[in-house]
Design a protein around this ligand. Structure first.
Ligand SMILES: [Zn+2]
Length: 88
């Protein structure tokens, strides 16, 4: 049953590799480091407290709530905004 051994080994290697990939992927999706000191949209100062509370924050409170609203109410009807090109 020597052949059975090598096949099991290969399968185990594949499992290990995919677990590693998943960990790498998960890490790459984490917000990297500190957020912005100023809002990406309106350039208002983002308070330190907010930046601590939300790692990788990019928007001030008001822009964030506007953004969230757009995310939930966005339809293909809205053709404005080249910034949203990732929605193509
Ligand atoms: Zn803002």
């Amino acid at each position: 049953m020597a052949s059975g051994w090598s096949r099991d080994g290969a399968v185990q290697d594949q499992i290990d590799a995919s677990v590693e990939d998943a960990i790498k992927l998960a890490r790459s999706r984490l917000p990297n480091g500190e957020g912005l000191t100023h809002c990406e949209e309106c350039e208002n100062v983002i308070p330190d407290e907010r930046r601590k509370a939300i790692p990788g924050v990019r928007l001030c409170v008001s822009c964030q709530s506007e953004y969230d609203e757009k995310q939930t109410t966005f339809t293909s009807f809205n053709r404005r905004g080249s910034k949203d090109s990732q929605l193509r």
